[in-house]
Write a protein that binds this ligand. Structure first.
Ligand code: HEM
Ligand SMILES: *[C@@H]1O[C@H](CO)[C@@H](O)[C@H](O)[C@H]1NC(C)=O
Ligand SMILES: *[C@@H]1O[C@H](CO)[C@@H](O)[C@H](O)[C@H]1NC(C)=O
Length: 321
């Protein structure tokens, strides 16, 4: 009997432990509840207004948060502008056409008016990415808050971002270094259900632009023909990852099944026996994709967060205080 009682408390104990883990890091779901009660609403309304005007920016916000977290942790470093003496992450060629900075600036300005010096840029970006996913039709989920902003943003750190020509083993290794499982790497790649890539990111797969190799055999030949046409317009011409670039859905995984993945790093997830079944699972079951995606996003949002005195709350997201 006593044993059963203990067991029935087990979920509660786990819950308390996981809560404690967050608060050890200084993060919690209700972090701004007392400190700045409207912060979360301001971000949501700002994101909704901006996406109403330009739905393609949902992709920009999601990608910006990913880049922020993979370089030096989720500390808003991706938002910093270069200065006279420092070339910031932003100015890397890998910066990749990051988009949506104005939305963060706008939310920050409104929040500063209500609660000066309280809400970090890293948190605003994390909330904005979350709201963008929901706006585009994806899952809704809560994220712990209380990140502080970092003071370092170096162009050379961007080499920690995965390049588009990585194969699945290389992706597994790189995401593994950040503590992600194979399944989490695949589900996070599902972020490519939103947005576009430029020809410079995928022309390696089109023989016309790279005479050292034939058209990538894992790319459908009709699609290759179409992409070559697109890329005749130059390196900055864009192609969508899937047929619904502004909808957060599982059509990205369906595209991989029909050899329509855009980047090498997308298609490799289906080509490789190590990840193919995971792709098939998400292609078949969108609810499963949504569920795993939100969990992996919460985890990504906790990468090397700076809490307490390890960082600051920037007054302007583009420069350190
Ligand atoms: C798995 C490794 C990944 C690689 C190699 C990769 C690479 C890329 C590349 C090359 C682009 C296009 C850049 C351009 O040509 O302008 C891109 C776009 C994008 N990435 Fe990733 N990415 C990866 C993972 C992720 C993750 C984990 C997320 C978010 C959860 C994400 C979200 C996005 C989004 C939303 C876009 C579209 C941006 C837009 O339309 O403005 N990516 N990615
Ligand atoms: C990205 O990097 C290129 C240089 O490689 C630069 O010209 C461009 O302005 C940068 N984009 C952003 C948004 O900073
Ligand atoms: C992935 O790329 C690495 C480095 O180029 C190579 O050693 C490895 O064999 C490749 N793996 C697969 C499965 O193609």
């Amino acid at each position: 009997m006593a044993f059963y009682n203990l067991l029935s408390f087990f979920p509660l104990v786990l819950f308390i432990l996981s809560g404690a883990r967050f608060s050890v890091r200084g993060l919690s779901m209700g972090y701004y509840g007392m400190r700045c009660p409207f912060a979360e609403n301001i971000v949501k309304n700002t994101v909704n207004d901006a996406l109403q005007a330009d739905p393609t920016l949902a992709a920009g916000l999601l990608r910006m948060h990913f880049h922020d977290c993979f370089i030096e942790g989720c500390d808003g470093s991706v938002l910093l502008d270069s200065t006279k003496d420092n070339k910031a992450e932003k100015d890397s060629p890998a910066n990749l056409s990051l988009r949506g900075y104005e939305i963060i600036d706008d939310a920050k300005e409104q929040i500063e008016k209500q609660c000066p010096g309280v809400v970090s840029c890293a948190d605003i970006l994390a909330m904005a990415a979350r709201d963008a996913v929901f706006w585009a039709g994806g899952p809704v989920y809560g994220i712990p808050k209380g990140r502080k902003d970092g003071t370092r943003s170096k162009i050379e750190d961007t080499r920690n971002l995965p390049p588009p020509f990585f194969n699945s083993s290389e992706l597994i290794t790189m995401f593994g270094q950040h503590g992600f499982s194979v399944q989490e790497m695949v589900v996070l790649s599902g972020g490519h259900t939103l947005g576009v890539a430029r020809c410079s990111s995928f022309k390696n797969r089109l023989s016309k632009f790279d005479s050292t190799r034939d058209v990538d055999p894992t790319l459908d030949s009709d699609i290759a023909t179409k992409l070559i046409k697109t890329c005749n317009a130059g390196d900055n011409a864009e192609a969508p990852f899937d047929e619904t670039r502004n909808s957060f859905d599982n059509s990205y995984f369906n595209a991989l099944q029909s050899k329509a993945g855009l980047l090498s790093s997308d298609q490799t997830l289906f080509t490789s026996p190590r990840t193919r079944n995971i792709v098939n699972g998400y292609a078949m079951n969108q609810a499963r994709f949504f569920f795993d995606f939100q969990q992996a996003m919460v985890k990504m949002g906790l990468l090397d967060v700076k809490e307490g005195k390890k960082g600051e709350v920037r007054l302007n997201c583009r420069q350190i205080n």
